[in-house]
Design a protein around this ligand. Sequence first.
Ligand SMILES: NC(=O)C1=CN([C@@H]2O[C@H](COP(=O)(O)OP(=O)(O)OC[C@H]3O[C@@H](n4cnc5c(N)ncnc54)[C@H](O)[C@@H]3O)[C@@H](O)[C@H]2O)[C@@H](O)CC1
Ligand SMILES: Nc1ncnc2c1ncn2[C@@H]1O[C@H](COP(=O)(O)OP(=O)(O)O)[C@@H](O)[C@H]1O
Ligand SMILES: [K+]
Length: 501
Amino acid sequence: MLPLLTAQQIHEADAYTISHEPVTSVNLMERASKAFVSRFMQHFPDKAQTISAYCGSGNNGGDGLAIARMLNEHGYRQLNVKVVRFSDKATDDFNTNLHRFQHLSVPLLEIEKGGNFPPEDSAIIIDALLGSGLNKPLSGDYEQLVKHLNQLEKTVVAVDVPTGLPTEGAVSKEATILKAKLVITFQQPKINFLLPESGPHMESWEAVDIGLDDTYLQSLNSPYQLIEKGDIKTILKPRHKFSNKGTYGHALLVAGQAKTMGAALLCSSACVYAGAGLTTVCIPESGLTALNSYQAEVMAIIREQDQLPEIEWDKFSVIGVGPGLGKDDNALALLKNILANYHKPMIIDADALNLLATHQELLQQLPKGSIVTPHMKEFDRLFGEHDTWWNRLQTLKQKAQELQINIVLKNDYTITGTPDGKLYFNSTSNAAMASGGMGDILTGIITALVAQKYTPEQACLAGVYLHGKAGDVLALPNQLHVVLPGQVAAKIPAVIAQLTA
Ligand SMILES: NC(=O)C1=CN([C@@H]2O[C@H](COP(=O)(O)OP(=O)(O)OC[C@H]3O[C@@H](n4cnc5c(N)ncnc54)[C@H](O)[C@@H]3O)[C@@H](O)[C@H]2O)[C@@H](O)CC1
Ligand SMILES: Nc1ncnc2c1ncn2[C@@H]1O[C@H](COP(=O)(O)OP(=O)(O)O)[C@@H](O)[C@H]1O
Ligand SMILES: [K+]
């Protein structure tokens, strides 16, 4: 897990590393700048490119000066620096780096308060104006400069944080932010990079290690964590010799109605591919032929109209409810029946979530450790409207603790909130997966993992990761525009094999 820290915690981690490594503050800045430069050179190897580094007078600006010095040493010759003097204050490390810069033959120009902005002919702008020290929205000279740079539509590479973007907390729709093509950020992505509001302000980010003290970072016990490949490798268990289908559990999915039978087929198919020993799906009779031809491995319990199905509750290791189920009185009666009779953790998705939203008292009946998998709209129907993702994140944390359930808020970086108040951001998946039915696959995968005796929390973290990874393996190598849910399901065994090898 990569702990995701707030700006204040990062500042403390810098200070801790400086005193305990020990390393001087300016040498830590040198290390960060070096890490930036080596990543920058991979992206922009052409040393004849024209580059302007815009530097503030804080430590982000100090980085900018060190970066420009290093690029010059590496032979980038079409380089110039613009130091912005909008504040009378400057940090010591900024001053040291300005001093180190002075003997160089790289052009350096100072932009004064209230002044006109110099012409900008460079193709690339390095944004080292403000970083994690931002403490209020941009206004005045900074806002004017950023608006001016934005309308030039240059290739902007931000140092650590795009100028004007808060690292955490709500991002105002009106905020002026210097739009970055690439953000090369220190140590960890900032929490707001993982929320959709950063989308319009940055195309991509990459984190570079600057060697902050790892024991200290872990000791802060941040509620925000980024899931990494190694975490999933640790969770996943190999299959053993002499195991049989009974070893891997019997999953029941309650899903589908005449017009949305596909959802039942997709989620039960994903459950099979994700390794449940046995999979049964409870569907109306109208879906039986389709089920037997789409996924012959799945067994069926037939649901008659206006009648509760006979279910032998003890037979099933886990139940997943909701995909394509509908929201009519029959669906509601069925959901109530399941909640009254089944007392182990269950997975609730799609229509079943909408039923919970309109019958909030049922939320309290969810067995402890259950898993709900809403997308943003379902989440807001369940827990109220939110106008920012930051606020939604806080509700996610609070509700998972209050209800003692796992809440999987589906998104680009899907976030799992757990009963102990942690928020885990997923690091796989891509926009080719934005197509109907993809959530049904996730439900099938998570249900299969619970059937295989993974804890609900493990099932969420691994399920979301595997789902996204299968989408990545399918889409990214050939930059496919779209991948289909059924393809993602079929890819799961290979993805698990790769992670357990
Ligand atoms: N030793 C360290 O602390 C390290 C810091 N690093 C760099 O330092 C940066 C943080 O530096 P600082 O804390 O000096 O802060 P910044 O350089 O981000 O900002 C400088 C100052 O600008 C002022 N400011 C904030 N918001 C403003 C606004 N809206 N309008 C006008 N002025 C505003 C604040 O007084 C702030 O301290 C990081 O983003 C990173 O680039 C890296 O060099 C790694 C090591
Ligand atoms: N732009 C995207 N980037 C990454 N993952 C995405 C994106 N769009 C969708 N997904 C993933 O696809 C799934 C879509 O789920 P959902 O909206 O419930 O689909 P459906 O209801 O059609 O089954 C989620 O797991 C989500 O994380
Ligand atoms: K910056």
